[in-house]
Each structure stands twice: as C-alpha cells, then as structure tokens.
Design a protein around this ligand. Structure first.
Ligand SMILES: [Zn+2]
Ligand SMILES: [Zn+2]
Length: 212
C-alpha cells in the first residue's frame, strides 16, 4: 500500500481520533517506581510477585479446577472411544453398512464420527481424502491467522498514525527523523513501506513501554 504524507491522511478526519497513550504509567505497588506493563497496573517484577502470591493462596482451588479439566478431557476421550466401539459393533452385526468415500467414491473408507453423542452420523472417507481435508483445514487456519495479523497491523498503523498527528510538532518531527533512518545508514523516503513500519516501531518504543 503506498504511503501518503501524514498531512494528506484526510480519511482520518472522519474517525474519532484515539487519545494519545500516556507517556509512562507508574507501577501501583506502594513505593515501587517501576513502569507499569502495557494494559496492566504493575511493573513486570511486581506482576510476577502478585501472580505467585495468588497461586500460593489459591493452590487448592487451582488444583481442583485442574482435576475437573482433566476429568472433562477423560470424559471426552471415553465418549469418543465408546462411539467408535458402537460403530464397530453395528458394522459387525450388519445393522450399519460402510458408505463410499464422500469425495472420490472409493469403497476403501474409514468412518469419521464428528459428534460422539450422534455416532450414527458417520462420514465415510478414504484415508487420502481425509488427509487432504485435514491439510486444507490447517491451511485455512493458518490463512485465518495471517489475515488477523494483517488486520491487527492495519488497525495499529491507523491508530498510531492518528495519535502521532496529535503530538506536539517537535515530538512528531523527532519520530519522523527516527523513522527515516533505514538499514546501513540509508535515509528512507516517507513513501517507503519500511518508513511507516519504522514510524510505528519508534512510536511504540517511546510511548508504549514507558521509555525513556
Ligand atoms: Zn513494581
Ligand atoms: Zn476418497
């Protein structure tokens, strides 16, 4: 996507501009002067201590919750095993018959039970087509993750560029000067995609983590 100079970003005028992030938030532990984690109340060290103390105090409840989760997982495994056993029995007794592969029509199929409660709803599919389907599922999942990452980056870029617009001119110029520093001493032009990435990165480094 081509980069336009900030003063031409007229489409940003239509949206409500977010407030600039506070420069630096102090850890809410008494007498601690550490920088609060982004989105948190405590600094990293205090946060770790708070979590540790919570785990110590609630050890019994946490252990019980873990046991319940294990039991639930065991229930699911048991239900799936039982569904497969019922299907095998039905095939042996001849009350159910194997179908053809739903994709290619071959008779060399395996039964796939999606829902253990409804084991009679079997999908018949050959091994090759099942593997293909799984691979497609994985690809779709990966594509979904990439699309989410792209959308998140576009959101953040819009938010950060809008926030930079609200900074005092001297701070804005400092950020732009840093963003123009390319690899190996090159000067980036504002049209370069790396320039925008740099701009967001230097903004983040300065304001999100509380430096300097
Ligand atoms: Zn602290
Ligand atoms: Zn097939």
């Amino acid at each position: 996507m081509p980069f336009r100079p900030l003063d031409e970003l007229d489409d940003l005028e239509d949206i409500e501009l977010p407030k600039p992030l506070p420069l630096r938030r102090i850890c809410s532990t008494t007498a601690c002067r550490g920088t609060a984690r982004p989105g948190g109340r405590h600094c990293l060290a205090c946060h770790a201590r708070v979590v540790r103390r919570y785990r110590d105090r609630h050890a019994q409840q946490l252990a019980a919750r873990r046991r319940d989760a294990d039991a639930l997982r065991d229930d699911r495994t048991r239900a799936a095993d039982s569904a497969r056993a019922k299907l095998a029995m039905a095939l042996r007794r001849g009350t159910m018959k194997r179908g053809l592969c739903q994709s290619c029509g071959t008779a060399d199929v395996m039964g796939v039970i999606e829902d253990s409660q409804r084991w009679r709803d079997v999908t018949w599919v050959c091994r090759r087509d099942r593997d293909d389907a799984r691979e497609r599922q994985r690809d779709d999942q990966a594509e979904l993750v990439r699309a989410r990452e792209r959308a998140a980056w576009a959101d953040e870029r819009t938010r950060v560029l809008a926030t930079i617009e609200l900074l005092p001119p001297n701070e804005r110029e400092q950020l732009h000067a840093l963003a123009a520093q390319g690899p190996a001493g090159w000067t980036l032009s504002p049209e370069a995609p790396l320039y925008v990435m740099n701009l967001v990165r230097v903004y983040r480094a300065r304001f999100s983590r509380g430096a300097p």
